[in-house]
Design a protein around this ligand. Structure first.
Ligand SMILES: [Zn+2]
Length: 307
């Protein structure tokens, strides 16, 4: 699946040719949100800046192998996340505020890091020789993306919120039931049917061979569950676009979109999107400061000449 826009493709090609201005533009565009993300996880500003710097270095070193099957931001966040985990000496990194509060009782939650980019040895989404896993992820990504798009088109945000709670966040059913004010069996049924539908669609997409090879994977809900969570987390399948978050910040996002984005950022507490929001806020503050600066200069220049 190609997700890179023409403009981004062009930018990357310039960077690969060693064009400094393009690299400058690239760093400028992403450093704020990466730093905001790192600062949520690492209290120390200096340490946060270090991991962001390391992320850009790793990104450059792995750029030749970047296949463009994710967006640039997702690519960078995957590297950054790995760098932070390294920094925290292998500790797992929760992606949602809700996961932060779920704590140790969620033993089933263990996102594997193996499918993520290894920027040093070559930025491939999947380890070499793991073609089967790649096929699984590819089919799952498409199946889930289709389901999410359907919800968004139909403005069925309640279903989308449920799937995010279940599969992105991995929250336990009782917690979701309380949060969404639904009986627990309803949540479990929703989850089971959703998994069945996604599994069927993924098999359809990946063909016979996939269905046979991975019969074991699909047999138990649990393994599909963790595969799904891996895919969701590394590809950020349901995260709203940056300009949607921008519109939310400005209060110009219509309902029910606004309510959904609020849920995703504040209740689910997606750390990636929170980082984007923080970065957009900082940029807005800077623009405000700049505007005030210019206003003061413009209004005082006459007096300055008279002084
Ligand atoms: Zn998000």
């Amino acid at each position: 699946m190609k997700r890179l826009s023409k403009a981004d493709q062009f930018l990357l090609e310039s960077i690969q040719r060693g064009d400094e201005r393009s690299w400058n533009e690239f760093v400028d565009r992403f450093q704020g949100r990466l730093l905001a993300f790192a600062r949520q996880r690492l209290r120390d500003r200096e340490a946060a800046e270090d991991v962001v710097q390391e992320t850009f270095i790793a990104c450059l070193r792995g750029l030749q192998q970047f296949r463009g099957d994710s967006g640039l931001e997702t690519y960078l966040f995957v590297i950054l996340r790995r760098k932070i985990i390294d920094h925290l000496r292998g500790r797992k990194l929760n992606l949602c505020l809700m996961q932060d509060t779920m704590g140790a009782d969620d033993a089933s939650y263990s996102a594997t890091e193996t499918l993520a980019v290894d920027p040093v040895t070559g930025a491939s989404w999947y380890a070499k020789g793991e073609e089967r896993r790649e096929a699984q992820h590819g089919a799952l990504t498409t199946a889930v993306t289709e389901a999410i798009e359907k919800y968004k088109d139909a403005l069925d945000f309640r279903a989308l919120m449920l799937t995010e709670l279940l599969f992105y966040c991995g929250a336990p059913a009782p917690q979701i039931a309380a949060m969404m004010d639904e009986p627990e069996p309803t949540i479990r049924t929703f989850k089971r049917r959703w998994l069945q539908r996604i599994a069927a669609r993924a098999q359809e997409l990946a063909g016979e061979e996939f269905a046979q090879v991975d019969a074991d994977t699909w047999r138990t809900d649990e393994s599909v569950d963790s595969l799904l969570r891996d895919t969701w987390q590394t590809q950020r399948l349901s995260c709203p676009k940056r300009n949607t978050i921008g519109a939310y910040l400005l209060g110009s996002l219509d309902e029910p979109w606004a309510e959904y984005v609020k849920f995703h950022i504040e209740h689910l507490g997606c750390h990636f999107c929170r980082a984007n929001l923080d970065d957009l806020k900082a940029a807005a503050d800077e623009a405000e400061q700049q505007r005030l600066h210019e206003r003061i200069l413009n209004s005082t220049v006459g007096f300055l000449k008279q002084a």
